[in-house]
Design a binder for this molecule. Structure first.
Ligand code: SF4
Length: 275
C-alpha cells in the first residue's frame, strides 16, 4: 500500500475523507494484515508497559462526552458494519474458535478450524471425533493439548446440560471449560448481538492511548468503555477498537498521521508519517 505523507499530527479530515477513513479501521491491505496474537492474559502487562512508554499518561484532560460520541461517530462513518476475523458458521464454531485463539493469531486458528469444522461443527460431532483426532486438527495452534482438553470438556457440558446449544448468557458461558470473560464477551457480542466489550491486548492499549479509560485491568477498562461508548454503537464498538488497534494504532508504532481521531486522541507525541 502506498501511504500518502502528511505532516506530524495532521488530522485525516484534511485528507480525502472517504479513503483516509476507510484505511483507518479497515485493514489497509492483505499484506498489512500481519497476524498478531491477542489475549487478555498478556494484555494487561503489555499494554501498561506500552501506555507508559509512549506517553499516554500525559493526557491533558479527560475526554468529554461529546468527544467520545465523535470518536465513535467517525468509526461508524468509516465502517458501519465491522466484522471479526475468526471464521465461524454458528455460535458453537465461534465459541470453539475463540477458545482456540488464546495466545494465537486469528489466521492460525482459521487455518486449523477450516479442516476441523469440515468434519465436526457441532458439540456431538467433536465428541464423536475424539480428543486424539481433535488434537491432530489443531496441533498447529499454541497450547493445543490443553485447548483440546478444554474443547472436549466444553462439548460434553454443552451436550449434557444445554442440548448441544451455546447458552446466550454471559454468566453461564463463563462457567464453561476454557471460557473466560473475554471469550464470553466475544460470543455474546458476535453471536448474539449484545453490546459487550471484550478487552484484549488491542482494546486495552487503544482505550488508554485515546483516553477512553485509565483502568489498570481488563475488567476496569471494560467497565469504562461500557460507560463512555454511546449506546447506539455498543455492538460494533468492540470490532472498531480491535481493528483500530490491530491495523492503525499499533503497539510499537501507532500511525497517528493517518488516524481519523488524532485531533481528539490524548496520546502524545503523535507519530509522524514515515519519510
Ligand atoms: S495514538 Fe495515534 S493512532 Fe492511536 S488513536 Fe491516538 S492518534 Fe490514533
Amino acid at each position: 500500500m502506498v501511504t500518502k505523507k502528511r505532516a506530524p499530527g495532521q488530522v485525516p479530515d484534511a485528507a480525502p475523507a472517504s479513503r483516509a477513513r476507510k484505511r483507518a479501521v479497515a485493514p489497509p491491505s492483505p499484506s498489512a494484515r500481519a497476524p498478531k496474537a491477542s489475549g487478555v492474559g498478556a494484555a494487561e502487562t503489555k499494554a501498561k508497559a506500552n501506555v507508559k512508554a509512549r506517553g499516554a499518561t500525559q493526557r491533558a484532560k479527560p475526554l468529554s462526552k461529546a468527544e467520545c460520541a465523535e470518536i465513535f461517530r467517525r468509526f461508524h462513518d468509516i465502517e458501519p458494519n465491522p466484522k471479526g476475523e475468526l471464521e465461524h458458521s454458528s455460535p458453537f464454531t465461534l465459541l470453539v474458535a475463540v477458545v482456540l485463539s488464546a495466545q494465537a493469531t486469528d489466521a492460525g486458528v482459521n487455518k486449523a478450524t477450516r479442516g476441523l469444522f469440515r468434519v465436526a461443527d457441532t458439540p456431538q460431532a467433536i465428541l464423536d471425533l475424539g480428543e486424539d483426532a481433535l488434537r491432530e486438527h489443531i496441533k498447529t495452534i499454541g497450547l493445543y493439548r490443553n485447548k483440546a482438553k478444554h474443547v472436549m470438556a466444553l462439548c460434553r457440558r454443552l451436550v449434557d446440560e444445554f442440548g448441544g446449544a451455546v447458552p446466550a448468557d454471559r454468566d453461564v458461558l463463563e462457567t464453561l471449560p476454557g471460557v473466560g470473560r473475554k471469550t464470553a464477551n466475544v460470543v455474546m457480542n458476535v453471536a448474539f448481538g449484545q453490546p459487550t466489550m471484550a478487552v484484549d491486548t488491542h482494546v486495552f492499549r487503544v482505550a488508554h492511548r485515546i483516553g477512553l479509560s485509565s483502568g489498570k485491568t481488563p475488567a476496569a477498562v471494560e467497565k469504562d468503555l461500557e460507560r463512555v461508548i454511546p449506546p447506539q454503537h455498543g455492538v460494533p464498538a468492540h470490532h472498531w477498537l480491535i481493528l483500530h488497534g490491530r491495523y492503525l494504532c499499533k503497539a510499537r508504532k501507532p500511525e497517528c498521521y493517518r488516524c481519523p481521531i488524532a485531533d481528539i486522541c490524548r496520546f502524545e507525541p503523535k507519530t509522524p508519517a514515515v519519510k
